[in-house]
Design a protein around this ligand. Structure first.
Ligand code: NAD
Length: 360
């Protein structure tokens, strides 16, 4: 197939890790007979330096015209001043909004050879393989909010509202259930239906969509407080988890601790149609930028998600994931994964190893 992929390397280690993922994508194209055309554009701090805005018009236009977008990371101390009018993250928020990316996918799995990195006991985390679907454009972060004189006369009072419509719930539940069909066929919906009216609607819609459209997929509801405990006490019981924006924000960060390293975790943001956005969950790591020691595996795994979800190339996606697992199983580590005083490889060497493992 022919695909146009827009690259947004961004700031800090973003360009270093993106470069390795791009090399892997080109190796996949060569091996499986595809043509991937890539073009690089500015986002975040580097875009502010060049154009005074975190998301230049030409970046957005290129992204809209692409099949998929691969992002590194944005931000860094140079642009961090609390008084700054333009901030790197604005680029991320704007591109998600412009592309209608309402679903954030975060796979969390514990790689067999790396169980010892987890802060939890090996018998608890062995075999963890969870795919989170976090609703990204609704809920408490986007509902009506404000500050007004307090009714009790004590000063001010503030409010934020959590609003979800039937349609917003249906579309993310469908995406999650479709993904479950290609996995272990189980979806857990997380809500707070014992307290929140909006969660009761969420639960009704979830149960109806699952019953009417996905009778072959097992479904369950869990309250968010219980989900926070089960993620630690029995994380292997989850397959696909679907939840609203704020609960997902918190639970995915909790889940990201299970594998013990952020350098291994990718994410994707998808809309109903159009290009998806793929990125590692880590930031721009300014403390190690420019040293060639960043772990590129999260971005390489993000490129595998890009192959799977935007280009529908499942075999190719699985080949990239298998190559990453093979390299780790062989004992190769970047600095962040290596035990104290154990040998480790640099960013480009890790890219070379994954490309070599792809051919096997
Ligand atoms: P961070 O994820 O950049 O770094 C946290 C720690 O993890 C650092 O010690 C870093 O060296 C290490 N680390 C992260 N990724 C790594 C990798 N691939 N290989 C090896 N080590 C890695 O988080 P932070 O330090 O809180 O934030 C730094 C900057 O990144 C900030 O400006 C923040 O706003 C931005 N940020 C951007 C995104 C994004 O672009 N999506 C996400 C989070 C943070």
């Amino acid at each position: 197939m022919d695909a146009k992929i827009v690259l947004l390397p961004g700031d800090g280690i973003g360009p270093e890790v993106t470069a390795e993922a791009v090399r892997v994508l080109h190796a996949v194209a060569q091996r499986f007979g595809h043509q991937f055309t890539t073009s690089s554009h500015l986002i975040g701090g580097c875009a502010i330096d060049a154009h005074g805005t975190a998301l230049p018009d030409d970046t957005l236009a290129a992204a809209k015209a692409s099949h998929a977008i691969l992002l590194g990371a944005v931000g860094g101390p140079k642009w961090d001043s609390p008084t700054a009018k333009v901030r790197p993250e604005q680029g991320l928020l704007k591109i998600r909004k412009e592309l209608g990316l309402f679903a954030n996918l975060r796979p969390i799995s514990v790689v067999p050879g790396l169980v010892e990195l987890s802060p939890l006991k090996p018998e608890i985390v062995s075999g963890v393989d969870i795919l989170f679907f976090r609703e990204l454009t609704g809920g408490l972060y986007f509902g009506e909010s404000g500050t007004r004189p307090a009714k009790d006369g004590s000063g001010e009072e503030s409010f934020s509202t959590m609003i979800y419509s039937t349609g917003e719930i249906e579309r993310i539940v469908r995406l999650a259930a479709q993904a479950a069909r290609g996995r272990r066929k189980k979806v857990t919906s997380v809500d707070k239906a014992n307290v929140l009216e909006v969660s009761r609607l969420w639960r009704r819609v979830f149960e109806r969509v699952m019953k009417e459209e996905f009778p072959d997929v097992q479904s369950e509801n869990i309250l968010v407080d219980a989900a926070a405990m089960y993620l630690i006490s029995r994380p292997t019981s989850f397959d696909v988890v679907v939840t609203e924006n704020m609960f997902g924000d918190i639970l995915t960060d909790e889940g990201s601790m299970l594998p013990g390293s952020m350098g291994l975790l990718p994410s994707a943001s998808l809309g109903s149609s159009g290009p998806g956005l793929y990125e590692p969950i880590h930031g721009s790591a300014p403390d190690i930028a420019g040293q060639g020691i960043a772990n590129p595996l999260a971005t390489i795994l993000a490129s595998a998600m890009l192959l799977r979800h935007s280009l529908k190339l499942e075999q190719e996606a699985a080949a990239v994931e298998a190559a990453v697992h093979r390299v780790l199983k062989q004992g190769h580590r970047t600095k962040d994964l290596a035990a104290k005083d154990a040998p480790w490889v640099k960013t480009t060497a890790m890219g070379d190893l994954v490309i070599a493992a792809l051919g096997k």
